[in-house]
Design a protein around this ligand. Sequence first.
Ligand code: NZQ
Ligand code: ZN
Length: 395
Amino acid sequence: MNFEFQNPTRIIFGAGNLSRLGEAAREFGTRALLVTGGGSVKRNGVFDRAVSSLKAAGITVAECEGIEPNPRITSVARGAATVRKEKCDIIIALGGGSVMDASKVISAAALYDGDPWDMINHGQDKVYVPKQALPVITVPTLAATGSETNCGAVITNEDAKVKSFIQIPLLYPKVAVVDPELTVTVPKDQTAYGVCDLITHVTEAYFNGIDTTPVQDRFAEGVILTAMQWGPKAIADGSDIEARAQVQWSAIVALNGWVQAGTNGAYPVHMMEHTVSAYHDVTHAAGLSIINPAWMRFAAKTNTGKFVQFAERVFGLPAKSADDLDCALEGIDRFEAFLRSIGCPTRFSELGIDGELFETYARDTLKIVRDENGNLPGRPPMSVEDMLGVFRSAL
Ligand code: NZQ
Ligand code: ZN
């Protein structure tokens, strides 16, 4: 292992903490752009409570509403224009991963004269790396992406049919005000998708990383087991604050960089899913839930030992040997069954997606990220044919 780790986002965690938003924001600015999604926070009263807290702290509020799931670059540009017009000096993201991701990119786009799409790695010769950004405070209303405490953002260009990312330390939020009470209105399906997303964040590092990360392996297994224990409770009873809190903390730990530290992993399942999302505008974790088990069956053939470990430690399955492929595959079957049990799809046909564009997804994925041999980074690296095999097996 050879790595650096720093996550500077201050986390204020716990039920009831929304009232502390104003106090947290006041340290960084007095004119806020409050970014929200399609209206859930207005319907459930969270928006009004956030505004009250900000106003009580002497902060004026301009709005950028209507950020869509799979947020568009056009919405980022709209938000940046409002920042300039209203002379905002702080961005507050009140919503799910889509709102938080859009807010992070708005924070840099507002200080950049060019096209914000220049910042998103979409296979262009030179990605523009912003040097300055306004401070961002995240207030997650959905437990899933971990965007609240990481420096990544995923943005879609609808016209180009590309969904891709920016990930730079500049975009770490200053503070994450994490109040599990804000997630009680998340419907069952989105709650389940959040559980699937957070688990996939740790399985990517777990299965694609180097071998010698025993501490990280245990962290990852802890996140998976916790999400599998508490996720179904949060789905069964959305008002169960303890379950909501455990799932939300799991989502944060899953992708704040800590579990990944030193693993040197890659994100092949995410990379493939983003391309599928770009074409079909599907919910991120619905795509992951289909691709991840299919990818696991592919990867288990070459990285069998790690999948045996997963089967033993997560599902308590007995292995005949360290390379018992049957045991590894049984672990994957159990994982897929868990996803189905919480209501996630595991076949493309369930989303109405046929195989017509499979090759296009594979080729487009490689336009965004590829290794020196032209393959998708991961363990093992994947050619177009490999990706096609995975997609077809999940039809
Ligand atoms: O838009 P509103 O009306 O708020 O409704 C949203 C949306 O329809 C709803 N929702 C959110 N909070 C709610 C609520 N409904 C009721 N009560 C609440 N408290 O849920 C729906 C989905 O919201 P969205 O923000 O799209 O979901 P999620 O948090 O799963 O974010 C998904 C986006 O994040 C990206 C994904 O690709 C996708 O674009 N990701 C970001 C990552 C990151 N920054 O680190 C990593 C992830 O792997 C992921 O790629
Ligand atoms: Zn994800």
